[in-house]
Design a protein around this ligand. Structure first.
Ligand code: IMP
Ligand code: MG
Length: 200
């Protein structure tokens, strides 16, 4: 029997001992939900080859776990986009920085995203992909932050709906860090600035 890990204390972030990550979704819950999503996807498309496209880099972890849980014919590809802005706020301007290796024409494509936030990235990708004439185009997002949405896009498959908090882990980064944490957690940045002196 698999050992159940109970984690009540925050996971100290390895990159910076001072930052703390409060676990929001444990690795066990993530894996359980991915198994359910995979089952649902195959149930919806029982006999079809499915072409999974991950949006680099955050979605790679989700793609590899999801792909291994979907039985039958699966192919994978990658695309990369960059959104201009700082690391916790996306600006809405999206640029394609790495294109697909193979054509998606006539394929049943599932765009695999780590998180739907404002939806600007997904809106852009859906527009680009639609022009390439896939047979079907669907979206699987591990996390959904509907409270931040600026567009009408929605995912066909959602792992977890979460509140408006900046999360890291399981592929999600803060300035390229914390992707390797197996849980999804809320990042608490602890700054070095001294506390303001209390007035007497
Ligand atoms: P959107 O275009 O605003 O929907 O943002 C999508 C991208 O922003 C995701 O693929 C992530 O790379 C990044 N992002 C949005 N929210 C978070 C978060 O809470 N943590 C880490 N990255 C995030
Ligand atoms: Mg990112």
């Amino acid at each position: 029997m698999a050992m159940k890990l109970k984690r009540k204390t925050p996971v100290p972030a390895k990159g910076n001992a001072k930052d703390h990550i409060r676990v929001m979704i444990s690795r066990e819950r993530i894996q359980k939900r991915i198994r359910e999503m995979a089952r649902q996807i195959r149930k919806d498309f029982p006999d079809e080859p499915l072409h999974l496209v991950a949006v680099l880099k955050g979605s790679v972890f989700f793609l590899t776990d999801l792909a291994r849980r979907i039985p039958g014919n699966i192919s994978i590809d990658f695309i990369a986009v960059s959104s201009y802005g700082n690391s916790t706020q996306s600006s809405g301007e999206v640029k394609l920085t790495r294109d697909l290796d193979s054509s998606i024409e006539g394929k049943t494509v599932i765009l695999v995203e780590d998180i739907l936030d404002t939806g600007m990235t997904m809106q852009y990708l859906l527009r680009v992909f639609e022009q390439r004439k896939p047979k079907r185009l669907l979206v699987a997002a591990l996390l959904d932050k509907p409270g931040r949405r600026l567009t009408a896009v929605r995912a066909d498959y959602v792992g977890f709906t979460i509140p408006n908090e900046f999360v890291v882990g399981y592929g999600l980064d803060y300035a390229e860090r914390y992707r390797n944490i197996p849980d999804v957690g809320v990042l608490k940045l602890i700054t070095d600035s001294p506390k303001p002196a209390k007035s007497k």
